[in-house]
Design a protein around this ligand. Sequence first.
Ligand SMILES: [Fe+2]
Length: 219
Amino acid sequence: MKSTEFDFRVDAQHVGFFETPVAYTKLKGGETLMASLKASIRSKRLVDPGLVRSNIGGWHSDTDMLFWGGPAATKLAETAINIAKRMTHFQDSDVENYNWVARMWANVTSKGGLNHMHAHPGNLWAAVLYIDMGDEGSSPNSSGGEFYIEDPRFPMSAMHNTAVRLIGSDGKPQQYQLELKVEKGNLILFPAWLRHGVRTYTGESERISIAINIDAQRK
Ligand SMILES: [Fe+2]
């Protein structure tokens, strides 16, 4: 007969620590703003050969879009900075006692284009706004171009067994990469240290997004 001498009950509480905050927002009524941004990008592209950064293929503008993007670019930067302020705390002072600065550039991705996984060193936050999804395909994600982020703890648990996944407080295994569903008007803000990338885009028409780096220095 089984002993019951050591029987006991466990009251387990599953909690998660060290959250990675991501602001997943959608512009409402932003059509005029996005049309203006798109027009500025079209004009700039006619006179600028672009840069090569994490992008393979497509066109990456210089990072001075705040100088050539007009009032719409300024408005977008202000919006992103306001979100960043709401997601930031400084132990020494209020967020308003910091100078918030943004740099901005445009990404035009053509068929076969992608962005390798990367981070944005030297900044607090990074953001991206999708202003034209190009050719979205006939079914969700059928034209690729998914925006993905990498678990910043990778590969800690996998150092023992590459198949292992930790169960999150939602009861589901935490994967090392997450693809975020994005559509026109989505503005996503994330910590600049969070590695991310864009998978190969296979649509026929160009996809256009705007990236922003945000930093804050004590006044
Ligand atoms: Fe990036």
